[in-house]
Design a binder for this molecule. Structure first.
Ligand code: XIL
Length: 364
């Protein structure tokens, strides 16, 4: 073989070896691939995302706990700080179950919202038989507020001080109807102002809220709340935040939602969407599972609420959005009102529903 031919062969083999090596893709090492984490509610929001919670679910259901930890950074105590639970007998305060939730939230570095110091519902039995003059009633009222608020002083970001004091006709809820309030009857209409003053004395740093429902569907009630808050502010009563419960349904008009948020924002106070859930079966038909159309309508309504909150509420007024419990199975609409409902963004097994993605889209 000629020497020049041998050289040619060597060069050729070398060239082929190099170019083959170049064209072979390196083997994938799946351990070192960057993993894009799935978005979460709390990770996608510029404000806090909350859920109301209950100790029985938290104790017994791992999926419940995991969903809370991965998706939420705020909690509201759904029932355990209400008067029937926290002062079950006169002058006996029982914080044990509320404290389970407080410890959980502290451990997970979540914000805690207290609910509710004064409400005409969830009263302990002893209240209805309590005998006393107006001074004794005032004392009972003040003692309840200040004992509980002092106990939690510094531990809660905010309190729903007065819950649902305005009735559906725009009056102060009195005790003459099914919508009645024992507080109004025993203490006079300005019990509302005194509740805020007592709470402020006990926990000066908690943000104090007035919380109510149906502002998006009942303009009379909305206006009545706004008037009340204006009067309270004029008299230096420390109302510092407004809660829109937002127990709504897929047919609640968007315009009402936008109107309520817009008017609330004008007060300059902190705004909390405090108990969000969206019924998809408002006529309460027998329904084994929701239809695709109902789920889609629910997704759009979640999107509307979240987008309206994000775009209409200035940053410094955003206290956050809280949904009323975690998954469909946990909702008070099923457990308490016995409705055939699926009102939350997680289904019975804590899988994400399309509504979950509606919320993410609203946050974008
Ligand atoms: C509800 C709870 O979700 C139920 O578990 C409980 O049995 C009754 O109260 N408005 C409020 C909340 O402010 O406190 C209510 O919570 C729902 C309506």
């Amino acid at each position: 073989m000629k020497k020049s031919f041998v050289v040619f062969l060597i060069v050729l083999v070398g060239f082929l070896a190099v170019s083959c090596k170049k064209s072979v893709a390196p083997a994938l090492d799946t351990n070192t691939l960057p993993i894009t984490p799935l978005p979460t509610l709390k990770g996608s929001a510029p404000f806090l995302i909350g859920a109301s919670i209950d100790p029985t679910f938290l104790r017994n259901n791992l999926r419940y706990r995991e969903t809370l930890i991965s998706e939420f950074n705020s909690i509201t105590i759904e029932n355990m700080m209400k008067m029937n639970n926290i002062q079950p007998e006169r002058a006996r305060f029982d914080y044990a179950r509320a404290n389970e939730l407080v410890s959980f939230a502290n451990q997970e570095k979540m914000r805690i919202h207290g609910h509710a110091l004064v409400w005409h519902e969830a009263l302990p039995g002893w209240i209805s038989t309590f005998q006393g003059d107006s001074l004794a009633w005032e004392n009972l009222f003040k003692t309840h507020i200040q004992t509980v608020a002092s106990y939690y002083k510094g531990k809660l970001a905010g309190w729903d001080v007065v819950n649902e004091a305005i009735d559906n006709d725009g009056g102060t809820r009195n005790d003459n109807s099914s919508q009645g309030s024992i507080w109004r009857r025993k203490l006079g209409a300005d019990y509302i102002a005194r509740a805020f003053l007592y709470a402020k004395e006990a926990d000066p740093n908690a943000i104090l809220f007035y919380n109510d429902y149906a502002q998006e569907s009942n303009p009379k009630k909305l206006e009545a709340i706004l008037r009340m808050v204006e009067d309270l502010r004029k008299s230096n009563v420390p109302v510092e935040g407004l809660g829109l419960q937002m127990h709504i349904h897929i047919n609640t008009p968007d315009a009402g939602i936008v109107n309520a948020i817009t008017k609330y924002v004008k007060t300059g106070l902190k705004i909390h969407i405090s108990e969000l859930d969206i019924q998809l079966n408002p006529s309460n038909e027998t329904l084994e599972r929701p239809t695709v159309a109902q789920l889609e309508a629910q997704r759009l309504k979640f999107l509307t609420v979240v987008r309206a909150y994000k775009t209409l509420v200035p940053k410094e007024q955003q206290y956050g959005i809280t949904q009323w419990n975690v998954g469909d199975a946990d909702s008070w609409l099923r457990t308490y009102l016995k409705k055939n409902e699926f009102p939350l963004p997680f289904d019975m097994n804590y899988e994400k529903k399309v509504s979950y993605y509606g919320i993410l889209e609203g946050l974008r």
